[in-house]
Design a protein around this ligand. Structure first.
Ligand code: HDD
Length: 735
């Protein structure tokens, strides 16, 4: 008998977010068009219906509070005592059960990627790959496959901040009709190491140092750079990790990559190599490092809040799925080994073919049940998709299953609704902790002779998964192939593909990180590798660190590099957003501010699909010059300008007088200026800028908002990411 996927969750969905119930507050401003997953959101009250009519309803119509056994609770405020002041009684089963459950609420956080945020959506095929892969998901154009995506930082603990300089996880679970396919990728297409046996060392070195348990969520410390400087294969990844890719503006504005070379396998058994790319429709966007540091204080949840607000606001983030397809002949003539996860295949050499789109349109109902318990495994592939011999991928295929058992506590983690396939599941695995979907009947083995009705599931030699029959021979060796030896050429290619401002950010990041390293010999050893990448970069970093002299170039397996042509696809600035859509303007208002101008800004933002927050001296809001009252989203000291893509200071003369000496207001404008943001300001706002010491420095990106008619042009102008020429004036290191 085919098993049905789990239909139930151990976590009771609170009645106020159960399907069909009105949801209060901003969290559901615009309901998702996709109905909530029935598996996950069966409400408590509906569950009671299973056994017939419920009578466990409290006086006001809410569900009656019960114990885990379903016994209605009369008093949840006081434990059972002997007399009013007497000892608490062991007999109090409700109290004991409640505390027992609370004591066991935590599960181990992920050893890496502990801090993450997930959302539901779908994948839609736009271009058939039926001739190349028999994977069901790639057959029918227009068909949608349910998806769950979890974004994450790598190094920090679950409670760390979002804007760490770090790689971001981009893990996608696709619930296909022939099983779950997990594409467990990152927002960077290469990795630090070539062989999975080095992963524990890499992670130990990156995490807080074991004696002191700091620094949290950052690589700016001796152990990390010590390991890196002794691991030249990491140099390409280091270029990416020190670039603005590692401080994205939003999960919505980053690319995703499957990293490894995988295989697509056709119905005839033919294999085609593939690299997977997720390309954000929102364009690539990042923040500045000084801004990131301040965002972490102003809103440590910046990225998760952004995703939550965008999806609930109906602005569903979207990515294109692109594939780079190639055969063995291409692999043989390519300069690098396609099994080496520290290498890319530049898009200019092998264009990315777009075959589908991923849309995230529903936030989770319960963070723990879904985002925390989701278990991604690289070995979750489906018929038509297969692995290559990339040694990093091969190692991952062991690690993920193993870690889920540790984290979730039972081999039955596939019974948890977020992990359960949405297609029929039928096998003879049984029992274990928390078994939720248990087969009926007598037969739990095969082969058996109980026939098609009683005998349970059978193999399917036609549709079933078959590994690609790759030939393999050779001696057993612990060795790196020669073809993995060039660690610098692609690192250089990445560097030379950046705009000058992006190159500056890479040098700044290296100087920042290495300035936190206490041992001078480690700093110098990193610079010795940079010389092999780019002399100019090495010189700038050495200068920024105050090194007395340039060290000798690092000796590595293949210390020389070849000069590869730049690739525009590698730059964020060259792939930025076309408009202000999906971004946020911070509008600082005061009492008496120009109502028509404010209205004009709101209209222009709405027209391009952007949002705004009102920041005001008091959270109660302001009264504009026409008497309109506007509520504030943020008080000035809670709504720092780092939280916005651009800002507008729309204040009256009285408002400016009130705010001109206010430290939080000065920080607001100074940071917006220092972070090269576009700034709109009324003439009356000038005293604020004067007191902040920047009135004389205002430049072309500081735009006067004289009247309502200026609003639309302003919103057009701020489509550009930042006004980069300013950075060269406000940064000591650039002078
Ligand atoms: Fe990994 C989690 C991505 C190498 C072992 N990894 C994890 C997650 C992502 C990645 C996105 C979080 C999944 C989620 O949201 O739950 N990992 C990568 C990429 C890699 C990579 C793109 C290189 C190309 N990972 C890698 C190696 C190993 C691991 C080489 C071990 C040999 N990764 C793990 C893990 C984690 C994990 C320990 C921790 C939590 C989990 O798996 O579920 O098994």
């Amino acid at each position: 008998m085919p098993r049905k996927p789990a239909t139930d969750t151990a976590v009771i969905v609170p009645a106020d977010i159960a399907p069909g119930k009105p949801v209060s507050g901003e969290s559901r401003q615009k309901a998702s068009p996709v109905p909530p997953d029935a598996q996950l959101s069966e409400s408590y009250a509906e569950k009671q219906g299973d056994g017939g009519e419920t009578h466990q309803v409290a006086a006001d119509g809410a569900p009656a509070l019960t114990t885990s056994q379903g016994v209605p609770v009369a008093d949840d405020q006081n434990s059972l005592k002997q007399g009013a002041r007497g000892p608490t009684l062991l007999e109090d089963f409700h109290f004991r059960e409640k505390i027992f459950h609370f004591d066991h609420e935590r599960i181990p956080e992920r050893v890496v990627h502990a801090r993450g945020y997930g959302a539901h959506g779908f994948f839609e095929l736009t271009d058939s790959l039926a001739d190349i892969s028999r994977a069901d998901i790639f057959q029918r154009v227009g068909e949608r496959t349910p998806a769950f995506v979890r974004f994450s930082t790598v190094a920090g603990s679950k409670g760390s901040f979002d804007l760490a300089r770090d790689v971001r996880g981009f893990a996608v679970k696709l619930y296909t009709k022939e099983g779950n396919w997990d594409l467990v990728g990152n927002n960077i297409p290469v990795f630090f190491i070539q062989d999975a046996i080095k992963f524990p060392d890499l992670v130990h070195a990156a995490k807080p140092e074991p004696d002191r348990a700091f620094p949290q969520a950052q690589t700016a410390h001796d152990n990390f750079w010590d390991f890196i400087s002794l691991t030249p294969e990491s140099m390409h990844m280091i270029m990416w990790a020190m670039s603005d890719r590692a401080i994205p503006r939003s999960f919505r504005t980053m690319e995703g990559f499957g990293v490894h070379t995988f295989r697509l396998v056709s119905a005839e058994g033919k294999s085609t190599f593939v690299k997977f790319h997720w390309k954000p429709k929102q364009g690539l966007q990042s923040v500045l490092w000084n801004e990131a540091v301040k965002i972490n204080g102003a809103d440590p949840d910046f990225h998760r809040r952004d995703l939550w607000e965008a999806i609930n606001g109906g602005d569903f983030p979207e990515w294109e799925l692109g594939v780079q397809l190639f055969d063995q002949a291409f692999a043989d003539q390519f300069d690098f080994d396609v099994l080496d996860a520290t290498k890319i295949i530049p898009e200019e050499i092998l264009p990315v073919r777009v075959v589908g789109r991923l849309v995230l349109d529903r936030v989770v109902d319960n963070f723990f049940a879904e985002t925390e318990q989701v278990a991604f495994c690289t070995q979750n592939v489906v018929p038509g998709i297969d692995f290559t011999n990339d040694p990093l991928l091969q190692g991952r295929n062991f690690s993920y299953l193993d870690t889920q058992l540790k984290r979730l506590g039972s081999p039955n983690f596939t019974h948890i609704p977020i992990n359960a396939p949405k297609c029929p599941v039928a096998h003879f695995q049984q029992d274990g902790h928390m078994a939720m979907t248990n087969p009926r009947g007598r037969v739990n083995y095969e082969p058996n002779s109980w026939g098609a009705t009683l005998g349970g599931p059978r193999e399917d030699p036609v549709r079933g998964f078959r590994s690609f029959a790759e030939e393999a021979d050779g001696a057993k060796l612990r060795i790196r192939p020669e073809s993995f030896a060039d660690h610098y050429s692609q690192a250089r290619q990445f560097y030379v593909s950046q705009e000058p401002i992006e190159q500056k950010h890479i040098a700044d990041a290296l100087v920042f990180e290495l300035s936190k390293v206490e041992r001078p010999d480690i700093r110098a050893r990193v610079v010795s590798h940079l010389i092999n990448i780019d002399d100019g970069l090495a010189g700038t970093v050495a200068d920024g660190l105050g090194l007395p002299e340039l060290p000798a170039p690092a000796q590595a397996a293949q210390p020389t590099r070849s000069d590869l042509p730049p690739s525009d696809a590698l730059s964020i600035v060259k792939n930025g957003p076309p408009s202000f859509k999906g971004r946020k303007l911070g509008i600082l208002l005061s009492d008496g501010a120009d109502a028509a101008l404010f209205g004009g800004l709101v209209k222009a933002l709405d027209k391009v699909g952007a949002v705004y927050d009102v920041i005001a001296p008091k959270i109660g809001g302001v009264t504009l010059d026409d008497g309109t009252k506007v509520a504030a989203k943020q008080k000035i000291d809670g709504g720092a300008s780092v939280l916005f893509d651009a800002v507008a200071i729309v204040v009256s003369a009285d408002g400016a007088a009130l705010l001109a000496d206010d430290a939080a207001t000065q920080d607001f404008v100074r940071d917006a200026f220092g972070h090269c943001k576009y700034i709109g300001l009324t003439l009356d706002a000038q005293p604020i800028f004067a007191n902040a010491g920047i009135l004389e420095k205002l430049d072309d990106a500081c735009i006067e908002l004289g009247a309502a008619k200026d609003a639309a042009a302003f919103v057009d102008t701020i489509a550009a990411l930042r006004f980069w020429p300013r950075e060269l004036k406000v940064d000591m290191d650039a002078k």
